[in-house]
Design a binder for this molecule. Structure first.
Ligand code: ZN
Length: 156
């Protein structure tokens, strides 16, 4: 495994619409392993392939309930709405309020190409929506209602 460089928000790669993953091979597995390690080393809860320069539909999420790998994910259901603090590994040190569903369900393929469903509430729902947005070139600042002063934020 290796830690990859995370692209910053002004990199045009982050604005591309990602292509479907078609091959579930060693190369994909290496990418997923590297993404998980890169996310963990940056203390993130999610990372999308375009953030490491790969324009393919793959994300990793770990909100503290274990690593989830989503290949070619699609949102199938959302409900609720909550505005809460959000950031992005491509915008280090910056946070803002973003409205997101409080519940999200997605279907996706695993690293072997098998379809499954994943659902989550609150932070997990927020992470699913944030990471899936990356696959269509959408960043959290496109949806932010108010940027926050980091010095006034308290993290527990
Ligand atoms: Zn992000």
């Amino acid at each position: 495994m290796a830690i990859r460089e995370i692209l910053r928000e002004d990199d045009e790669t982050l604005r591309k619409k990602c292509r479907l993953v078609e091959r579930f091979d060693e190369r994909l597995w290496t990418l997923l392993d590297d993404m998980a390690e890169t996310m963990a080393s940056a203390n993130g809860v999610g990372l999308a392939a375009p953030q490491v320069g790969v324009i393919r539909r793959a994300v990793v999420i770990d909100v503290g309930e274990g690593l989830v790998e989503l290949i070619n994910p699609e949102l199938v259901e959302t409900s609720g709405n909550c505005e809460d603090v959000e950031g992005c590994l491509s915008s280090p040190g910056e946070y803002g309020l973003v409205p997101r569903p409080t519940y999200a369900k997605a279907r996706a393929q695993d690293r072997n190409g098998n379809w499954f469903e994943v659902e989550g509430r609150d932070l997990m729902a927020r992470a699913i929506c944030h990471e899936l947005d990356h696959l269509d070139g959408i960043l959290f600042k496109d949806k932010v209602t108010e940027m926050l002063d980091p010095s006034e934020l308290e993290f527990e």
